[in-house]
Design a protein around this ligand. Structure first.
Ligand SMILES: [Zn+2]
Length: 243
């Protein structure tokens, strides 16, 4: 039985799979896009479209909780989107226009046109943790690269294996622990890499990423000289669809 806290999952699944729903159209569009089933794929959902097209019912519950805890809910929504892709693909199996997509990432665009969501200026530190939409000009792009998000490491003393994550603030260096994370109070301080990201079965530890610099739009601020620039990191292949 679905708990009240998780009812948004069934709402979102219904929105993404129900006949005639804008969400199902987005799923079909994704299934008809080229690419390997295990490529990262972006599911673009327009937050305003359900209202303009009279299909808000199932989507509302998802958006309400998304705005409360965007980081967690977006991550969990990927699982629901993958489930929806599987369900819809089974329904259209045999139609050569569609191919399965297993690694799906939900991307929300066109947030409600109110200041708390749509910002005329770039976000500040007080906006950390909020879902906001900004519009600006991309003034600089770096080459896309592959990021090793994490590596499996092993303590040479007790053999405990653990994941060491790349630290964004340290220019993606692996953050090795200062002491063994094993539960036995092991004093080991030397850790070796067990498997490298990118090897078979470790693709989930890799991500394509690209750094860009975004500048506030001229028309959105009073004094052009004060236009702010923001360094933005786009992670996962499909996020690189920028114009
Ligand atoms: Zn150890």
């Amino acid at each position: 039985m679905t708990s009240p806290d998780n009812s948004w999952r069934s709402s979102l699944l219904s929105y993404l799979t129900s006949e005639g729903s804008p969400g199902r159209e987005s799923i079909l569009q994704l299934l008809s896009s080229p690419g390997h089933p295990q490529d990262h794929a972006a599911l673009h959902l327009d937050a305003c479209q359900p209202w303009s097209r009279g299909g808000a019912g199932h989507f509302t519950g998802f958006l309400e909780i998304l705005f409360l805890a965007p980081e967690r809910i977006l991550r969990e929504a990927d699982e629901v989107a993958a489930e929806a892709c599987g369900k819809v693909h089974r329904e259209v199996r045999g139609d050569p226009r569609y191919s399965p997509k297993e690694w799906v990432h939900v991307r929300i665009s066109l947030l409600p046109n109110v200041p708390i969501f749509r910002r005329p200026t770039l976000p500040r530190s007080e906006d950390v943790g909020l879902l906001v939409e900004i519009r600006g000009t991309v003034v600089k792009t770096a080459l896309p690269r592959t990021l090793e998000k994490a590596k499996t490491m092993r303590c040479s003393r007790c053999g405990t294996e653990f994941l060491a994550s790349a630290d964004y603030a340290q220019f993606y260096r692996l953050s090795r622990p200062s002491s063994c994370p094993g539960s036995s109070g092991c004093p080991g301080t030397y850790f070796s890499v067990v498997s490298r990201a990118g090897e078979k079965n470790n693709l989930e530890l890799c991500a394509d990423f690209q750094e860009i610099k975004v500048q506030e739009q001229v028309s959105k601020v009073n004094v052009p000289q004060t236009r702010m620039k923001l360094r933005v990191v786009l992670i996962v292949c499909s996020s690189l669809e920028i114009a």
